[in-house]
Design a protein around this ligand. Structure first.
Ligand SMILES: C[S@@+](CC[C@H](N)C(=O)[O-])C[C@H]1O[C@@H](n2cnc3c(N)ncnc32)[C@H](O)[C@@H]1O
Length: 262
């Protein structure tokens, strides 16, 4: 039977986890960097040189998507958000390298008063942390100008499937496959692009996978506290079930979404 219980998220725990990973995230998050670059390139193709007067990016983290957008798109004004207030310093210094600065709004995107008249709302690798996505998308539709763009990436159900198979509780609460998106977009947003293609990363060992999760802060839901014997069982099962190029594999399952305000 389908589980109808709405997903929940422990925001304080998620924030703690991303805050702890802030120093290591940018270099460790190679998959998220690739996803941000792909999303930005896809949007740039559709914009075809048209300038963006006001960009609002949520869950900006250390700026993988911000960087890519500033490289690919002509943006006049930027407003950035992240759950973690400490992300602002790194983002502003990254923007400084482009000779830019941004208004920063800290907190849960679900609680933020969105600017209005936006030309682009973007967020890469964030929506999997949002439990009530339809409400947020409705607010995005209202905040966008007619003709404005929404550029998002989330993750599908094959995301980290190796960890799920081994009983890990590190998953984010809201994974959606490409065919789930049409149902959550409000009437005012017209779907323009939808892409889902997995990325496989190779690690030397299962322990290196766990380190990668910690360094990218994405295991914010995990209860942790593993005993030595549980860790050994996890490592043995991981090596046996998911060998890859002399090490082990971890699958990212990104879904890219572009929609336009009608
Ligand atoms: C996986 S990182 C992605 C960062 C960046 N967008 C990228 O592509 O590398 C997810 C980011 O979303 C932020 N985040 C998680 N839940 C959020 C929420 N409810 N509102 C705003 N930001 C959130 C986290 O603090 C973290 O910086």
């Amino acid at each position: 039977m389908k589980d109808l219980t709405p997903p929940t998220v422990d925001t304080a725990r998620v924030a703690r986890s991303f805050r702890r990973g802030l120093g290591s995230y940018h270099d460790a998050a190679s998959a998220q960097a690739r996803i941000a670059a792909d999303l930005s390139a896809l949007l740039a193709k559709h914009l075809d040189g048209a300038p963006v007067a006001h960009l609002f990016e949520f869950g900006a983290g250390t700026g993988h998507l911000t960087d890519a957008l500033l490289r690919d798109v002509s943006v006049d004004r930027l407003t950035l958000n992240d759950l973690v207030a400490e992300a602002e310093a790194g983002l502003q210094s990254r923007l400084g390298a482009h000779g830019r600065s941004a208004t920063f709004m800290a907190g849960r995107i679900e609680d933020i008063d969105l600017p209005t008249g936006l030309d682009l709302i973007a967020g890469a690798s964030v929506v999997q942390w949002i439990c009530d996505l339809p409400s947020l998308l409705q607010r995005f539709a209202t905040a966008l100008q007619p003709g404005g763009w929404l550029a998002l990436s989330g993750f599908g159900h094959a995301h980290f499937h190796e960890l799920v198979a081994l009983g890990s509780d590190a998953a984010a609460p809201n994974y959606m496959d490409h065919h789930d998106w049409q149902q959550v977009l409000p009437d005012g947003l017209h779907l323009t692009e939808l892409r889902q293609a997995p990325i496989t990363l190779r690690f030397d060992s299962p322990r290196a996978v766990l380190r990668h999760l910690r360094e990218t802060g994405v295991n914010g839901q995990s209860r942790g506290g593993w005993s030595r014997s549980r860790l050994r069982r996890f490592e043995d099962a991981y090596r046996a079930q998911f060998p890859h190029q002399g090490g082990v594999r971890l699958t990212y399952d990104p879904v890219l979404v572009l929609a336009r305000r009608v």
